[in-house]
Write a protein that binds this ligand. Structure first.
Ligand code: NAD
Ligand code: DAU
Length: 336
């Protein structure tokens, strides 16, 4: 078992990274966290505000900045890499920042890992495997070939390839996790679930892409955090682990749940233009993570998790309000 004491969490002011920082602070009192985050439109220092200053330090900076990495990496025993451009629709409108952060940023981190010999965990996504047909009984496993569809997922796949090559060639101590769709607090209002919740709060009809039959495999972000911690500390070096919690749902079902939970007619939404190249279905077989490392998700009731997430957005309007208008303006340009 690897026992880290001083870790860098890149992208720790984003949705999933900040939830991981909260998780570590609450569950591992012996660990100090340095958050490295560029604070793009998706990063918000409020996400980690209020955490004890002796446990969490924020360094505002870019993972592409090699000199900065040379300064801050020494003295740490691990890097957990969450920093990324993460939104598919943005990658279709303008792919360039995805190449820069997701590919070059990972390259810079790997070079720092090589130089300073620290443990590295790379947070990736199930989208690298492409999609499955709606009627295919199969799920993704660690053996599924990489077949990304979008500019975003192709850059995530490229970054995974760099990690594997650096691991084999230079003997780095790395692991990769490919997780399915997360939901929970602090998710940016551009993403499906928060966008629809905040639309309903604003009296705007939710927007469903295409036929709404696309399936996503939902996992609560806290379960993603516990899985990443398990892999960081107990995972076998050089391995990839899929993370998922048996949460397959089609988009229309999720949208109707949100509407009903918020006291609206479940048909009270707009059908909008489909996403280009829209992946049909993601589905994770998490057997390896469960059997080999003994990990189990705690949030097994999606309806309950969704209800709490709706509550969180109702209570935290001050947090999401500043991003809402600009996000909807971007969608309007795309006809959505
Ligand atoms: P997010 O967009 O909410 O947050 C990304 C964070 O990275 C932000 O805080 C941003 O400021 C920071 N960042 C961006 N570019 C940076 C750079 N060059 N240098 C330093 N910081 C930078 O993303 P998220 O949804 O929290 O996703 C986090 C990670 O988890 C990503 O790697 C993503 O691919 C992966 N992932 C996401 C999901 C999901 O459902 N959202 C599922 C599986 C894996
Ligand atoms: O599977 C993991 C991936 O999950 C991560 O790699 C990505 O970083 C993350 O953004 C997420 O990607 P998706 O494209 O699946 O998530 P998104 O929230 O953008 O959309 C979820 C589904 O909902 C997708 O089928 C598109 C649809 N959708 C989305 C929006 C924003 C709508 O129908 N209406 C919407 O307004």
């Amino acid at each position: 078992v690897f026992e880290p004491r001083n870790i860098i969490v890149t992208g720790g002011c984003g949705f999933i990274g900040s939830n991981f920082v909260h998780y570590v602070v609450e569950n591992h009192p012996e660990v100090h966290v340095t958050v490295l985050d560029k604070l793009t439109y998706a990063g918000n220092r409020e996400n980690i505000a209020g955490l004890p200053a002796n446990r969490v330090e924020l360094v505002v900076g870019d993972i592409c900045d090699a000199e900065l990495l040379d300064r801050i990496v020494p003295g740490h025993d691990a890097i957990v890499q969450y920093a990324a451009e993460s939104h598919n629709d943005n990658s279709i409108a303008d792919p360039e920042p995805f190449l820069k952060t997701n590919v070059e940023g990972t390259f810079r981190l790997l070079e720092a890992v090589r130089k300073f010999g620290v443990r590295y965990h790379h947070v990736s996504t199930d989208e690298v495997y492409g999609d499955l047909a709606l009627d295919d009984p199969a799920r993704f496993t660690e053996e599924t070939p990489y077949r990304p569809s979008s500019p975003h997922s192709s850059t995530k796949a490229a970054s995974d390839m760099l990690v594997r090559a650096w691991t084999r060639t230079y003997g780095l101590r790395t692991t990769i996790s490919t997780c399915s769709n997360n939901y929970g607090p602090y998710q940016h209002v551009e993403k499906f679930i928060p966008r629809q919740i905040t639309n309903v709060i604003d009296g705007v009809r939710p927007k469903l892409y295409g036929t709404g039959e696309n399936v996503r495999d939902w996992i609560h972000t806290e379960d993603h955090s516990s899985a990443v911690w398990t892999i960081l500390t107990k995972g076998r070096i050089g391995e990839t682990y899929l993370i998922g919690a048996d949460g397959e749902k089609d988009n229309i079902a999720v949208l109707r749940m949100i509407l009903e939970m918020m006291g609206k007619d479940p048909e009270d939404f707009d059908w909008v233009r489909d996403r280009l190249g829209h992946d049909r279905r993601y589905a994770i077989d998490p057997t390896k993570l469960r059997d080999e490392l003994g990990w189990r998700p705690q949030h097994n009731d999606f309806a309950e998790g969704l209800r709490k997430t709706i509550e969180w957005y109702r209570k935290n309007e001050l947090w999401w309000r500043p991003a809402k208008a600009a996000t909807e303006a971007r969608y309007k340009e795309q006809g959505r």
